[in-house]
Every structure is written in C-alpha cells, then in structure tokens.
Design a protein around this ligand. Structure first.
Ligand SMILES: Cc1cc2nc3c(=O)[nH]c(=O)nc-3n(C[C@H](O)[C@H](O)[C@H](O)COP(=O)(O)OP(=O)(O)OC[C@H]3O[C@@H](n4cnc5c(N)ncnc54)[C@H](O)[C@@H]3O)c2cc1C
Length: 440
C-alpha cells in the first residue's frame, strides 16, 4: 500500500473548515491511487481528493484518507490546431493560464481567482461571467476518471456518452479525475471598462448591459444604492494594464479595510459607512487592456465566508430589489461589500447550477478581519430564502442547507445522478459528511 502520512491537519483557504485525515497521500502513480482506493473499500474509509482547498465549505474534508494530486500536474497534450489542451487533474489553473498563453491559447472564461486545481474547479462548477459563456465545465470535452473500483474510464461525447453529463460536474463523488481535456480559444486580450452606477438603474437596463460586452458583472455595495460595473470584451488593442498603486490598492484597499472591519466588529453601526467610503474611494471610471486571465481574475482580499446561488436570469431584479428592501427594513443587520452579480449561459450538464437555464450568480461574503466572526445568520438566511423563492441553485463549493428532496425539484436529473453515484461507488467511499447531507 502506498505510504500515507499521519498527523496532517487540513484547513481550507478561508480557515472556516478543517479536518485531521488519518492518512494523507501524495501519490505519484495511478497504481498508488488504486491501492489507496482498494484499502478504503476494504477498511470502510472515506477518500477525499483535495485540490488547493479553496472551497468555502467542508466538501473536501475527511478524517479518513485525504489525497492530494499535486504530483499529477502535467500538461499531457496541447493541440494548437484544434485549440484543445489535455491536462492532469492536479494542475493549477494559474499555471495552465500561463502555459496556454505561451502556446497562443486561452480559456474562454475564468472566475475571480485561478489558484484552484482544474479538477477541483470542474468538480464544483467553477464559473466566471458572460451571458454567452457557460461555466468552465461546459468547455470540457473529455474526462478520464478512476472509479472507486480502480477501473479507469474515459468520458466524452464519444465514449460513455450517456454518463458524460454527470461526470462533467461530479462534486468529487463519482470518482477521481485523472485528466481533463478542455476546448480553448486563441489567446486573447480583454479591454475592461469599469464605472460606477446605481443598482436600480442598472437592473432596469440589464438586458442592454448584458449584451454590451462579452463579460459583464456588477458589484453591489450593500447599505448603499451603488454598484461598480465591469464590461470586458475581446480586443486587439495593445496591452495597457490597470496601474497598481500600492498606497491606494494595498494599504487602503486591503490593510486599512481589514483594520476598519476589525473596528467595525466592535462598533457594527460603522459597517454601512465603511461600505460607502470604499465605494467612494474605489469608484472612479477606468479603462485598461490586459491578457484575458489578468482581467478575469482580481484580488478577493482576505479571509471570508461566502454563499452563492445561481438563479434564473429573469429573476435577477426581483431577487436584488427584495434583498435591498429587506436590508433597509432590518437596520440592525450590517453586511459587508460586495454582492457580486455575474451571469452564465445555460448548459446541459446534469447537476450544473446553470443546467437548462441562463443564470445570474449572486455571491455574498462576510469578511473575517483578523479572524473575527461577524454575525451572518440572518444575511445568509434571507439569501437562501430568496434563492429558494426564485428556484435558484446553490454553488456546490459553498455552504447551503438544501437536501435531496429540494435538489430533486431543482434538478430533473438529480435522482439519476444519485443512482449513478451509488452504482459507481457502492461502498460510498467518496461521500463525506458534507455530501451526505446533499444525498439524504
Ligand atoms: C477567494 C475565492 C474566490 C473564488 N472565486 C470563485 C469564482 O469566481 N467562481 C467560482 O465558481 N468559484 C469561486 N471560488 C470557489 C472555488 O473556485 C472552488 O471552491 C474551487 O474551484 C475549488 O478548487 P480546489 O482546487 O480548491 O478544490 P477543493 O476545494 O480542494 O475541492 C473541491 C471539490 O473537488 C474535489 N476534487 C478535487 N480534486 C479532485 C479530483 N482530482 N478528483 C475528484 N475530486 C476532486 C474535492 O474532493 C472537493 O469535493 C472561489 C473561492 C475563493 C476562496
């Protein structure tokens, strides 16, 4: 049996979930992975592969066997003619971005960070924004997976096609992703225009804004009417990056903010003023051009809790206006900026949050300045309530309270997914406590 180490303490990026796996493995070969799976089946152990632990939930946690695929991080093939790349599951997206750029290729869409492993991102349905762009999973053309039995299977539109739609967003519970093939496009630059706006006005003309660029998103500052808007489109213009000003962007934008929110923890009436102040400081219009991934990604600042849902796009205004009204009616609830509002095209992946619906993503956060835990229950509850009211679906990497019966209502193929899961993993070695809630 491959030698696992004991004593590993795992914490996710935001330090909000942790676990103590009895054995931690960094296999170098497929044979070693097979041995771990065999032992898990024989000894009734849970096996979780961990990417870089960026999920703000316990989805990657286990106190049994934890596997890191950090040694499965190679590029297997770059097909420049067909613009496809095949990579091992453990490669980080930021490394892939650089390699693709050097080969005149790029991923069509990215979320706010690229630190994740490609397999971790695919498992949870990693998305960016752009109404004509699906979640990253919708660009995946093939996945190679090692099943609980040790069998290796390839899934694509040509191979095991009937199950490909399930494998494309698998929550890490159908098997271990060994490799992923992704349809890319030629490397591209994006020109981003950022400008301030008012929430109601932006929502009134949302359709126009969605069409006005390739990748449109907004950032609402709760307790105010203000939003920052970001329109990014492909361009041939020369690179003219956003100027980084250490004093403004780092000292004020990061360190001072954390300090102010720390003070705000003791004097919570200050929080709306902090939101307003940061909008005023950072709301100037600017335009810049950069490599695609430098525009897609941005600084998400410091440790935070996050909750995100994907709702039918037609309900965007309803959700946000109700949320804003609720906040006005509950002045004792103080919440941090920003509410990130993004959009993704519908797909046909069984349990993708954008399955069969053009979607609006709504991401709320609550920072943890110097580890302080602001009360967030009411803010989370109202967002989950509005999500349910709109038939929205939770982001799989983030915490939520939906159970199987509710998920079956939201996903016509949920039961089919669960059946396949039980067939592929009869001893449920891939089901940790977080996933057990989803399937019970
Ligand atoms: C600051 C920040 C910003 C973020 N921004 C976005 C965003 O813009 N858009 C978005 O969609 N998400 C976003 N997220 C969430 C994040 O993208 C996901 O949680 C992330 O993709 C998970 O990748 P990971 O490598 O950290 O995987 P982990 O969190 O370690 O694991 C996630 C799941 O994948 C499974 N898994 C990992 N590797 C494998 C494998 N090889 N085979 C089988 N299962 C595997 C794990 O068991 C687990 O179930 C953000 C998170 C943070 C902290």
């Amino acid at each position: 049996m491959q030698h696992g180490t004991s004593g590993k303490h795992f914490k996710n990026w935001s330090n909000t979930y942790s676990c103590n796996p009895s054995l931690y493995f960094e296999p170098e070969t497929i044979e070693e992975i097979k041995e771990i799976l065999k032992s898990a089946n024989e000894n009734k152990k849970i096996v979780k592969v961990v990417g870089v632990g960026h999920s703000p939930s316990s989805i990657a946690c286990t106190n049994d066997y934890m596997i890191s695929l950090s040694k499965f991080d190679r590029i297997i093939d770059i097909d420049q003619e067909n613009l496809k790349v095949k990579v091992q599951g453990g490669i980080r997206v930021d490394r892939l971005n650089g390699i693709l750029y050097d080969n005149n290729m790029g991923l069509s869409v990215l979320g706010s960070i690229s630190d994740q492993t490609i397999a971790g991102a695919i498992c949870v349905g990693y998305h960016g924004t752009g109404i004509n762009y699906g979640i990253l999973n919708s660009y995946v053309t093939e996945i190679e997976m090692i099943l609980a039995s040790g069998e290796i299977k390839t899934y694509s539109k040509n191979s095991n096609a009937d199950q490909f739609g399930a494998i494309l967003c698998s929550l890490g519970c159908l098997g271990i992703i060994l490799s992923v093939t992704i349809q890319c496009e030629k490397s591209f630059k994006l020109e981003q225009i950022e400008y301030p706006g008012r929430l109601e006005e932006m929502l009134e003309s949302l359709d126009e804004h969605l069409k006005s660029s390739d990748h449109f998103r907004m950032f609402w500052y709760p307790h105010t009417d203000y939003v920052m808007c970001y329109n990014a489109s492909r361009t041939k213009k020369p690179i003219n990056p956003k100027k980084f000003n250490w004093f403004k962007d780092k000292l004020i934008g990061f360190y001072l903010l954390e300090f102010l929110l720390f003070i705000g923890f003791y004097f919570q009436f200050l929080v709306p003023y902090i939101n307003w102040l940061y909008f005023k400081i950072f709301s100037n219009r600017s335009e810049y051009v950069d490599r695609s991934y430098n525009i897609f990604n941005f600084d998400c600042l410091f440790k935070q809790h996050a909750f995100e849902s994907s709702i039918p796009i037609k309900d965007t205004s309803k959700y946000l206006l109700k949320l804003k009204r609720w906040l006005n009616e509950n002045p004792n609830v103080r919440v941090h900026f920003g509410v990130e509002i993004r959009f993704s095209k519908s797909d046909d992946i069984w349990i993708s949050p954008c399955s069969n619906q053009d979607s609006c993503w709504l991401n709320i956060i609550m920072f943890r300045p110097y580890g302080k835990e602001y009360p967030r229950e009411e803010w989370w509850n109202i967002n989950e309530k509005l999500m349910i009211e709109c038939n929205g679906r939770p982001h799989w990497a983030k915490t939520h309270n939906l159970k199987k019966t509710e998920l079956m209502e939201l996903y016509p193929k949920f039961e089919q997914f669960d059946k396949l899961r039980r067939e592929l993993d009869p001893n449920e070695i891939f089901i940790n406590d977080c996933l057990r809630k989803v399937f019970s």
